[in-house]
Design a protein around this ligand. Structure first.
Ligand code: AMP
Length: 378
């Protein structure tokens, strides 16, 4: 049986081979742990920096057993493991965060019900199983509204904004898998997020609230800290902590929220893992989101999620941003991170850069653009 805290040289199993696994594995290595990755991909970003790998489908029981046998604790950077796969893993080794949390975050309807029950407000929503139900839901929520798949959506995939009645049938036909969920449209002033770690002893560390900007439905910029009124910040922090407590989280949780025109904080979605909007913490905090993730699942003490600097994080997406890599390396002040992906497909997250500012001196939009050098050009 695994004993906590995990001793140095213990092996952490990570499901998923992407950049979140890669950066978690780097943080784990610094704490003296080995990582073993379960991934479908050959030559994945996480495998390149890890001790071991099992390359397999996430549903194959033989591979899941081999993976579990090689590790002391199991965590995730990829959430969409089947219920049976999760149950099998949990029967073999401690799984942190617990499978019930992954199940909640895998399904938007389960997630929103849970959030609302926990006292975390969301946009109004209605489950939609048929075109007739969609028409009825639009009658309740009005237009515009956002229609989403309940499962397997990310980076704006699996959703459609409905603006006119003529949009209903084509959107319902196109979005797969069914069932769907209709959300009221939030005319948001800002998108923000809070990343919170919670240990098995109930200790909580939450990073400062940050502001997120998207481009083509993909995160483009994160500004730390968010430029929001104190009351909004307090509401965001309190919401993130409340959700972590209500989930009985052991691990890391990202809570993405909208701030609406009236200054209300509404949760969009939660992810029980490191998050793109927390990459700035690697460079701007003594202990990053990845270190807190590893500490929480390994049973180590959680340090405060302090920030020594303000920061801007810019994602490097697809071939256009990748082409700027030589310029990025030649620009003083840009802290480069590349994920080791061989092929720069459009929309693929290839890396990110961070730019630090002394605490309290995060510039406005113009200054942020200027500070990003070649990456700040529109
Ligand atoms: P999601 O896949 O739920 O994270 O949504 C991706 C992006 O779509 C969000 O970051 C928002 O920019 C936008 N979006 C999602 N849901 C809504 C909504 N209910 N109202 C307005 N914009 C939304």
């Amino acid at each position: 049986m695994s004993r906590f805290p995990l001793p140095p040289n213990a092996t952490i199993g990570l499901v998923g081979g992407g950049q979140l696994g890669r950066m978690s594995a780097l943080a784990a290595a610094r704490l003296g742990y080995r990582c073993h990755i379960l991934t479908r991909e050959i030559d994945s970003p996480a495998q390149q920096v890890s001790y071991g790998v099992t390359i397999s489908d996430y549903a194959d029981p033989v591979s899941l057993r081999a993976f579990a046998a090689a590790v002391d604790v199991i965590s995730f950077e990829f959430e969409n493991v089947s219920a049976e796969g999760l149950d099998l893993l949990a029967s073999l080794k401690p799984v942190r965060p617990s499978p019930h949390i992954l199940r909640i975050s895998q399904d938007r309807v389960t997630e929103k019900s849970f959030l609302n029950d926990a006292g975390a407000p969301t946009a109004p929503w209605v489950p939609v199983g048929s075109l007739a139900e969609l028409q009825e839901a639009v009658g309740h929520l009005g237009l515009p509204a956002v229609l989403k798949t309940t499962r397997l959506g990310y980076d704006g995939k699996g959703q459609a904004t409905l603006r006119a009645l003529g949009d209903l049938a084509p959107a319902f036909e196109r979005l797969e898998p069914k069932p769907l969920v209709l959300e009221g449209f939030v005319d948001f002033a800002q998108e923000i997020s809070v990343i919170v770690a919670r240990g098995a002893d109930g200790a909580v560390s939450a990073f400062d609230t940050v502001e997120n900007r998207h481009r083509n439905h993909i995160l483009d910029l994160t500004l730390a800290p968010a430029r929001i009124p104190e009351a909004v910040d307090q509401a965001a922090q309190a919401t993130a902590r409340r959700v972590a407590e209500a989930l009985d989280l052991v691990g890391l949780l990202a809570v993405e929220m909208f701030v609406d025109a009236a200054g209300r904080v509404l949760v969009n979605e939660i992810a029980p893992r490191p998050h793109n909007s927390g990459h700035w913490t690697i460079d701007a905090c003594p202990a990053s989101q990845f270190e807190l993730h590893i500490r929480a699942i390994a049973g180590l003490p959680l340090p405060p999620a302090e920030r020594h600097s303000d920061a801007v994080m810019k994602n490097l997406v697809g071939p256009d941003d990748t082409a700027l890599w030589p310029d990025i390396l030649a620009t003083p002040g840009l802290i480069p991170h590349l994920y080791g992906k061989a092929e720069a497909r459009p929309g693929r997250k290839m890396g990110h850069v961070t730019r630090l500012f002394p605490r309290g001196s995060l510039p406005g939009d113009f200054g942020v653009r200027a500070a990003l050098g070649v990456l700040g050009r529109e």
